[in-house]
Design a protein around this ligand. Structure first.
Ligand SMILES: NC(=O)c1ccc[n+]([C@@H]2O[C@H](COP(=O)([O-])OP(=O)(O)OC[C@H]3O[C@@H](n4cnc5c(N)ncnc54)[C@H](OP(=O)(O)O)[C@@H]3O)[C@@H](O)[C@H]2O)c1
Length: 263
């Protein structure tokens, strides 16, 4: 889908070394654009950066774990000082949950997932929000999930982290009404990526990371509050709290899964 893009010139994408983040880097890479791309895996991030440079973008790479707040804030402030960020996409995230032997996540896993997915994203946002508010310009995008709308049984912390992020983004968007700083939240369904390779189970209506990037780009261009897709699953997720638990259990029995972490 082609949608006219606002003239973003300085874009930061976290979690750009893989999947949706890498596809977003490719989507936005063009001459006149400076990209800040972050991830933990230096080699995969370098490959994404090389592709973006080949498309004409200038690229700065940031290799760090975003739970290292000093590294995260240092990279974002340094990048913003050189190229004031007009689009910040907090996309980095992890999936964990039920394992192959049926065990549920423990407290350590729950903490790690929430630290990365929720606190990592709010730390990313707050490193740049004050500068955007001073400039009265900028768009911040938080990548949540349909699991943040309709909690998934096999990944409680993942669902909670994404629900928290959705709630945070919606509240902040309203709090900033009247200012020229925009907030959007993305709620994807299944998207082909390294993450979905660790998700062992059915993944109905899965789309490619490139298709997801185009939908996200179109939603950002339209300044949508929530960019949810695929549309029918988004609406089903929104309606799901109205269904009795027994109906939900029956309807979701074919999409139960376990997580096989990368070796
Ligand atoms: N794929 C789906 O079906 C789906 C559906 C809904 C929502 N989402 C959300 O979309 C986002 C992107 O996921 P994806 O599917 O593209 O997964 P992915 O291919 O596994 O990519 C995740 C990215 O996040 C980075 N990351 C993870 N933990 C990090 C940490 N502690 N510090 C710094 N970077 C970290 C990874 O970096 P390294 O690889 O370099 O470690 C990688 O670049 C996530 O927030 C995910 O929850 C995905």
């Amino acid at each position: 889908m082609a949608y006219p893009q606002p003239g973003f010139r300085s874009i930061v994408i976290t979690g750009a070394s893989s999947g949706i983040g890498a596809a977003l880097a490719k989507f936005y890479a063009r001459p006149g654009v400076t990209l800040g791309l972050t991830g933990r895996d230096a080699a995969r991030l370098a490959a994404v950066a090389a592709e973006a440079r080949a498309a004409g973008a200038l690229v700065q790479e940031g290799v760090f774990d975003l739970r290292d707040q000093a590294a995260l804030v240092g990279f974002l402030h340094g990048f913003d000082a050189g190229d004031p960020i007009d689009l910040l996409i907090a996309n980095a995230g992890v999936l964990d949950g039920r394992r192959a032997d049926g065990t549920l996540e423990d407290g350590a896993i729950a903490r790690r997932v929430i630290e990365i997915n929720l606190l990592g994203a709010t730390d990313t946002l707050h490193a740049i929000l004050p500068a955007m508010r001073r400039r009265q310009r900028g768009h911040i995008v938080l990548v949540s999930s349909l699991a943040g709308i309709a909690a998934v049984t096999d990944a409680p912390a993942y669902s909670a982290s994404k629900a928290g992020l959705l709630s945070y983004g919606r509240a902040l968007r309203e709090a900033l009404i009247g200012e020229r700083v925009r907030i959007s939240v993305v709620c994807p369904g299944y998207v082909g990526s390294a993450m979905t390779e660790t998700h062992i189970g059915n993944q109905p209506h899965k789309i490619s990371a490139d298709a997801a990037a185009r939908l996200i780009g179109a939603g950002i261009a339209r300044n949508k509050a929530v960019i949810g897709f695929p549309l029918h699953l988004y609406w089903l997720s929104l309606l799901s709290p109205l269904f009795p638990a027994a109906i939900t259990r029956l309807a979701t029995k074919d999409i139960r899964f376990h997580v096989q972490p990368r070796g």
